[in-house]
Write a new protein. Structure first.
Length: 127
């Protein structure tokens, strides 16, 4: 169902691109989703409750990711459901950035998240 890159592209150059994609995916996209959720939680509330929301918003993302998306998840969804859930998480992160007033980071984040998610389907993930 999901396309795979032909064997010749699995060379060391292909592995380097895959490694770069996985690094961008983790350090920018996945951690960016957590940061966006935390910042949104902080900005969306006031008073002592803002600490709870700023912690619980990214915690919810972590729980969903760990249960259904992570390569080592016991209940990992199969594609295309997993891809859809990832897009929902990345869309929520983009909306959080927009709501916090970070339009340019949201405009950069959204397509980067979609591209890295798509590329993970092309090159196999290490498990």
């Amino acid at each position: 169902m999901w396309a795979r890159i032909p064997a010749p592209l699995h060379s060391s150059g292909g592995q380097a691109v895959n490694g770069l994609n996985l690094a961008i995916r983790f350090f920018v996209v996945e951690l960016g989703a957590l940061a966006a959720a935390a910042y949104w939680g902080w900005e969306a509330t006031s008073g002592p409750g803002r600490w709870y929301v700023a912690v619980l918003a990214p915690a919810a993302v972590i729980v969903v990711w760990a249960l259904f998306v992570s390569p080592k998840a016991d209940r990992r969804l199969r594609d295309p459901a997993r891809f859809g859930l990832e897009l929902v998480i990345f869309t929520v992160a983009t909306a959080a950035l927009l709501d916090a007033g970070y339009v340019v980071p949201a405009i950069v984040y959204a397509p980067l998240a979609v591209v890295t998610a798509a590329l993970v389907r092309i090159w196999p993930e290490p498990v």
